[in-house]
Design a protein around this ligand. Structure first.
Ligand code: DLL
Length: 432
C-alpha cells in the first residue's frame, strides 16, 4: 500500500521543484534564526537569495556531528524553546550524544514519514505492532510508535529488553508486526526456538528492523527463524529518527522521503558530490524541519543512490542497504574492513550463528584481528578435529573475502554478550 501516492509517486521534475522551494525556505530560516549558520554562510560568501535550485545545494557548507557537539545542547535550534515539544539524543554510537529537538509540526511530519514506511510493509489498522525499540532518549521507540498510531494499528509499547515478556505478549496479544534492531530480532528468534514455542502460536507476519547495519544473509536468517518477511528501515536522530528511508516489498533499496530530506552522496575524502550509482558517504539536508533544520549533514554512512523508478511504482530515490560507516571502518594492516563483511562470511556458513565479535589489537607494531564466533552446540560435543576443521574453513573464507588473516576463536552459544539495542561488534584495543 502507498500511504501518500501524491508525494511517493511524484514525477522527478515536480519533486525537484518542491525540494527547491522548501530548500529556499530552510536557508532563509537558518540564516535568520541560527547564528552558527549565518556565520557559515557569510564565511562561504553566500547570501540566502543565491540558493535557488537543488543544484545550488553543492555551494552550501557541510554540517557534522562535531558542529552539533560544539553547539551543545540547543545552539543549532532554529525555533524558540517554547515551540519545542520534544527532545531526543542520539545513541552515541561513536562518542558523546547529540541533542535533537522537535516542534509540534516536526512531530507531525515524523509521524507521516514513519506511517509511509510502515505502509511499505503493508501495516494497517488490522495489525498489532510490538515496538521493541527503546523508548526514551533514543528515537526508535517513540518514532515507530507515533507512525503506527497514525496508521491506526494497535501499538504495544513494550520497549526493549525483558525477553520473556516479549514472547509472552507476542503470543497473548497476537502481535502481527515486530519492530526492533535486527540483532534483537535474531535474539528473540533464538529465544522462541529455545522456549519451544510452536510457530502456529504466533501471528507474526512481518518485521521492521533497522538502527544498525545488517546484511542480506542476516535478513535470511531472521526471516527463517521468525517465519516472517523482514524489512529494512533507516534513519538518524539528527535528520529525524527512524523513517528517513524504508524498503518497499521489492526490497531493492530503501526509498528516501526526499520531499523532507534531500540526499546526496559525496566522496568522504574530497567532499566532491558523486553521481547516482557510486559508493560514497550519504549526506542529508532537511528541508521542512522547524526546530533543527540541518544543512548537508554528513551521516558517515556509506551507500549508493539510485533514481530509476521502482517496480512498486514509487519514484522516490532509493538508497542501497548501508555497507557500514566511514568512521567504523577498521583499517587492519592497511586493509579496510567492515564488520558487515565478516558477518556476510559467517552467515553464509551453516555452522555459525549470527553472533560474533571482532577484537583488534596491536602486537609488536603489527595489527591483529581475532574473530570470536558462536557455533552450534553440537560442535563442542563432536570430535576436536571437526572444530579445528571448521575453524580452518572460517579462516580461509575470511582471508579470501577481506584479504587478511584473522585468528578465529570458536565459542559456545550465548558466550558473546547480547545487546537488546545496537549490537557491539568491535573492540578495538589499539590506541590509534
Ligand atoms: O538509529 C534511528 C533509527 C531507529 C533508525 C530505529 C531505524 C530504526 P541514531 O541512534 O541516531 O538513530 O543512529 C543513526 O544508525 O547513521 C546509521 O549508522 C545507523 N543506522 C540506522 N538505521 C540503519 C539501517 C537511529 N537500517 C545511525 N542500516 C545511522 C544501517 C543504520 N545502519
Amino acid at each position: 500500500m502507498i500511504w501518500n501516492q501524491h508525494i511517493e509517486c511524484m514525477s522527478r521534475e515536480a519533486m525537484r521543484s518542491l525540494q527547491a522551494q522548501r530548500l529556499r525556505e530552510t536557508v532563509n530560516r537558518i540564516h535568520t534564526h541560527v547564528p552558527f549558520y549565518r556565520q557559515q554562510l557569510q564565511q562561504a560568501g553566500i547570501r540566502p537569495e543565491d540558493i535557488k535550485t537543488v543544484d545550488d545545494l553543492q555551494h552550501l557548507p557541510f554540517t557534522t556531528k562535531l558542529d552539533l557537539r560544539d553547539n551543545y545542547p540547543f545552539g543549532l535550534f532554529a525555533a524558540p524553546q517554547q515551540d519545542v515539544v520534544r527532545l531526543h539524543a542520539s545513541s552515541g554510537t561513536t562518542g558523546k550524544s547529540t541533542v535533537v529537538g522537535y516542534t509540534h509540526n516536526d512531530i507531525l511530519m515524523w509521524s507521516e514519514v514513519v506511517a509511509r514506511s510502515l505502509a511499505m510493509a503493508d501495516v494497517n489498522r488490522n495489525d498489532i505492532i510490538q515496538v521493541a525499540y527503546g523508548y526514551g532518549l533514543f528515537t526508535g521507540g517513540l518514532g515507530l510508535h507515533y507512525g503506527a498510531e497514525k496508521i491506526g494499528a494497535s501499538v504495544i509499547p513494550i520497549s526493549v529488553g525483558n525477553t520473556k515478556k516479549q514472547l509472552q505478549l507476542m503470543q497473548d496479544f497476537g502481535s502481527t508486526i515486530l519492530t526492533c534492531t535486527p540483532s534483537y530480532a535474531s535474539f528473540l528468534g533464538e529465544a522462541i526456538r529455545e522456549a519451544g514455542i510452536e510457530r502456529t502460536r504466533l501471528r507474526l507476519r512481518a518485521g521492521i528492523f533497522g538502527a544498525e547495519p545488517w546484511t542480506a544473509e542476516m535478513r535470511k536468517e531472521i526471516e527463517e527463524l521468525l517465519a516472517i518477511q523482514a524489512f529494512d528501515i533507516y534513519g538518524l536522530s539528527e535528520v529525524i529518527g527512524p523513517g528517513v528511508s524504508m524498503e518497499c516489498p521489492m526490497q531493492n533499496g530503501l526509498h528516501v522521503f526526499e520531499d523532507h530530506f534531500i540526499p546526496e552522496i559525496i566522496d568522504p575524502d574530497t567532499c566532491e558530490v558523486l553521481p547516482y550509482g557510486e559508493l560514497g558517504e550519504l549526506v542529508f539536508t532537511s528541508v521542512t524541519k522547524e526546530a533543527l533544520p540541518l544543512i548537508r549533514y554528513r551521516t558517515r554512512d556509506l551507500t549508493r543512490l539510485h533514481a530509476d523508478v521502482c517496480e512498486c511504482g514509487r519514484t522516490l530515490v532509493r538508497m542501497e542497504k548501508c555497507v557500514g560507516r566511514s568512521d567504523d571502518m577498521l583499517i587492519i594492516r592497511g586493509v579496510n574492513v567492515f564488520p558487515s563483511q565478516v558477518e556476510s562470511v559467517l552467515m553464509e556458513m551453516n555452522e555459525t550463528k549470527p553472533h560474533y565479535l571482532l577484537i583488534v589489537d596491536r602486537e609488536h607494531n603489527l595489527d591483529t584481528l581475532e574473530i570470536q564466533v558462536e557455533v552450534e552446540d553440537q560442535f563442542f560435543s563432536d570430535e576436536v578435529g571437526e572444530l579445528e576443521a571448521l575453524q580452518q574453513r572460517i579462516h580461509q573464507n575470511i582471508q579470501s573475502m577481506l584479504g587478511i588473516s584473522a585468528r578465529i576463536k570458536l565459542v559456545e552459544p550465548r558466550t558473546i554478550e547480547r545487546s537488546a539495542g545496537k549490537a557491539q561488534r568491535v573492540i578495538d584495543n589499539r590506541k590509534l
